[in-house]
Ligand binder design. Structure first.
Ligand code: NAD
Length: 325
């Protein structure tokens, strides 16, 4: 069984490729390497291609008997999406349409999409459930919600079977330290705090200490990248068995504050981390925590890796990666 992993050279996609390959799937990676690493494609054949390049995709589908597509390609920076919306709508929406049309043309009708908690915007309640209102507050979140709606329309008109996984904060790394989180540029909290622990930055900024949370800093839900990978394989197997299109939150159901993350990094690494308090950034909700009961009920998915292990795996990989390069 062959799976096309678009964006498989990036952080989450590469962990999914490794797990797919370990579970016996044949993996083909399509990535333009704009934000990924060719060496991350070691669990599959790499087709260096842009998903907006229809001719290149047609060649990939013609050369491989693909059973399903997993789609991780996107630009992912919320701030940049506000400054350069055209770049985001083109890559995250228009290029996704090219990928969808190429797969429909090739007769491939199973699709797994990386969506995000950002589709909810500022949630009205916590934890967030899938049917809660979708009011994304930035172009990044809107691109993801648009694709979710496109998937629904493609399902109705063309018979596409899809899953949209709304990840909360993906974190942690491969315990074998073969792959980990290295975004270009890096804006995610845990790798930035690890940089501070390694002495690669003087301090870590806390944006806002007056949120409606126990310690005043924002609360987020962290889920290990291998728990996400496990959800993707369960989602794939559900679609392969004839399951209906659906969307699922993927989170741990527990929120950790920015201060708790900094304290956990200091505890796990044994290194002090200096924090600098600065004013809030625009558009950060107080609390983003998932209710993932639907993923458990339908897919039997439950995250099993806790925060200490998330930080420990990230630290192990981070030290190795930063030393190497
Ligand atoms: N990291 C998170 O916490 C998080 C949270 C919610 C949702 N997501 C979503 O998960 C997906 C993967 O995120 P990630 O953290 O692994 O990001 P990433 O940047 O590490 O990976 C994205 C990959 O897609 C490739 N890519 C981008 N545009 C492409 C194009 N047009 N053609 C071919 N390849 C292209 C990049 O080169 C990169 O390898 C994204 O869609 C993101 O929006 C991530």
């Amino acid at each position: 069984m062959a799976i096309l992993v678009a964006g498989g050279c990036g952080y989450i996609g590469s962990h999914v490729c490794k797990m797919l390959s370990k579970r016996g799937y044949d993996v083909i990676v399509a990535d333009n390497l704009s934000h990924g690493y060719a060496e991350n494609a070691k669990w599959g054949r790499l087709e260096q291609a842009d998903i907006g390049d229809r001719a290149a995709l047609d060649r990939v589908f013609a050369a491989n008997k693909i059973d399903a597509v997993m789609h991780f390609c996107a630009y992912i920076e919320v701030g940049e999406s506000a400054a350069e919306p055209s770049k985001y709508y083109r890559n995250n929406v228009a290029n996704t349409l090219v990928l969808l049309d190429a797969m429909m043309n090739a007769g491939v009708d199973k699709f797994i999409f990386s969506s995000t908690a950002a589709v909810y915007g500022v949630p009205q309640r916590t934890p967030i459930e899938e049917d809660d209102p979708k009011n994304p507050i930035n172009p990044y979140g809107r691109t993801k919600y648009m694709v979710e709606q496109i998937l629904g329309d493609y399902g109705t008109a063309y018979g596409l079977k899809s899953i949209a996984f709304r990840y909360f904060n993906a974190a942690g790394a491969d315990p074998d330290t073969e792959i980990g989180e290295a975004h270009i540029p890096e804006t995610h909290l845990i790798p930035l705090v690890l940089d501070a622990a390694l002495g690669l930055r003087d301090s870590i900024k806390i944006y806002g200490t007056d949120y409606k949370t126990p310690d005043g800093t924002c609360l987020r839900d962290y889920v290990h990248v291998n728990d996400l990978a496990d959800a993707h394989i369960r989602g794939l197997e559900y679609l392969l068995k004839g399951g209906n299109s659906s969307c699922f939150n993927l989170g741990s159901g527990r929120g950790f504050s920015v201060r708790e993350i900094i304290d956990t990094v200091a505890k796990v690494t044994g290194k002090p981390v200096k924090a600098e308090e600065t004013p809030r950034r625009a558009g950060d909700p107080d609390i983003l925590v998932a209710k993932s009961a639907k993923a458990f009920d339908v897919l039997g998915w439950k995250p099993v890796i806790g925060l200490d292990e998330i930080v420990a795996t990230a630290w192990k990989w981070h030290k190795k990666y930063k030393k190497a390069g």
